[in-house]
Design a protein around this ligand. Structure first.
Ligand code: UDP
Ligand code: MG
Length: 316
């Protein structure tokens, strides 16, 4: 099979028939063999009925129905597990992404050797309250992830080589950073294609402004995991030791200074009267705690199932 199209959806019943007809037209015109996997993320409207109907009429339409709403990442994860196509395309169900981009995305993966091609909604039809924070978000994501050529990390329209999606694990709300996940898994031929974007035709957006707060936190998590996920001691142990040493020697210096004054017959004050003494103490305590955090992190990492999971590309 050439292409799997994965469509996560939550309450998008009005868009589905139109979207399916459009995909079908593009696929037939280009003679692709394909499947469309609708992942119904616990919709409370008639979305599942529509999917059942479509699937009855068209054998290439497949459906997954969650018992409740889990989120876009879980929906993508389950779609990825099921996908059979050589090239896997994800798109939103709300008709904001255009199926007309599929042939070119397919070509870029198959002919130009990309692992992943991300859409770039260069001209967006979204409210300003979304486009401005999005610019900031993408600039940060570029800097942190070390993928300088991506302008639109969270674009719903993306294409992957099958191997990529079978070897990464999207969870939580990490769908915003799939290119980063792919890069961390060693798939670094990441390309971009400018895609058409349309205003939402039916329904409303499913994400509020808290997406930006959560998005930043997730980015920090991913960065931390990719740097220190299997060796937390390397950061906490280092910082902890550094702080402890600084605290220890300053406390020592304060004590020696007092003793010196005492024996030299100078006026002196008690160590406990010196405010710097308390700073040194605090520094030592925090240092010890950081060090312990590293140790506990190592104990947890030792039990992590992925501590010895590597991406083996080829074996002879
Ligand atoms: N979506 C989903 N589960 C959710 C929220 C959203 O499957 O909990 C789907 C939604 O139906 C759509 C896609 O994810 O197909 C993108 O959502 P939306 O269009 O609301 O996001 P926006 O375009 O505003 O970023
Ligand atoms: Mg949308």
């Amino acid at each position: 099979m050439d292409i799997s199209v994965i469509i996560p959806l939550y309450n998008e019943e009005e868009s589905l028939p139109e979207l399916h007809a459009w995909i079908q037209r593009v696929m037939d015109e280009n003679h692709f063999s394909y499947e469309v996997i609708f992942v119904n993320d616990g919709s409370t409207d008639g979305s599942w009925k529509v999917i059942e109907q479509l699937s009855k009429q068209h054998p290439e339409v497949k459906g997954i129905k969650f018992r409740r709403n889990y989120g876009k990442s879980p929906a993508l994860f389950c779609g990825f597990e099921r996908a059979q196509g050589d090239v896997v395309i994800t798109m939103d169900a709300d008709l904001q992404d255009s199926p007309d981009e599929i042939p070119e995305l397919y070509r870029m993966i198959r002919m130009n050797g990309y692992d992943l091609v991300s859409g770039w909604k260069q001209k967006r039809y979204d409210p300003l309250s979304k486009t401005i924070p999005t610019k900031l978000f993408n600039a940060t994501a570029r800097a942190v992830s070390g993928i300088p050529n991506l302008h639109d990390f969270n674009c719903g329209l993306k294409a992957y080589r099958q191997e990529v999606i079978k070897n990464i694990e999207v969870y939580g709300e990490m769908h915003r950073y799939i290119p980063y996940l792919a890069k961390n898994a060693g798939f670094n031929r990441i390309g971009e294609k400018i895609v058409h974007h349309q205003a939402r035709k039916y329904g409303t957006t499913k994400f509020g402004l808290n997406r930006f707060v959560n998005g930043y936190l997730d980015l920090i998590t991913l960065w931390f995991l990719s740097k220190f996920g299997v060796k937390p001691m390397h950061i906490f142990g280092f910082l902890g030791s550094l702080m402890f040493i600084i605290g220890f020697f300053s406390a020592g210096a304060i004590g020696i200074h007092k003793l010196y004054d005492l024996y030299a017959g100078n006026p002196y004050r008690l160590v406990t009267d010196n405010p710097y003494f308390y700073l040194s103490l605090t520094t030592m305590v925090i240092g010890t705690q950081l060090f312990l955090a590293g140790f506990i992190g190592e104990l947890i990492a030792r039990n992590a199932p992925e501590r010895n999971k590597y991406q083996i590309e080829k074996e002879l």
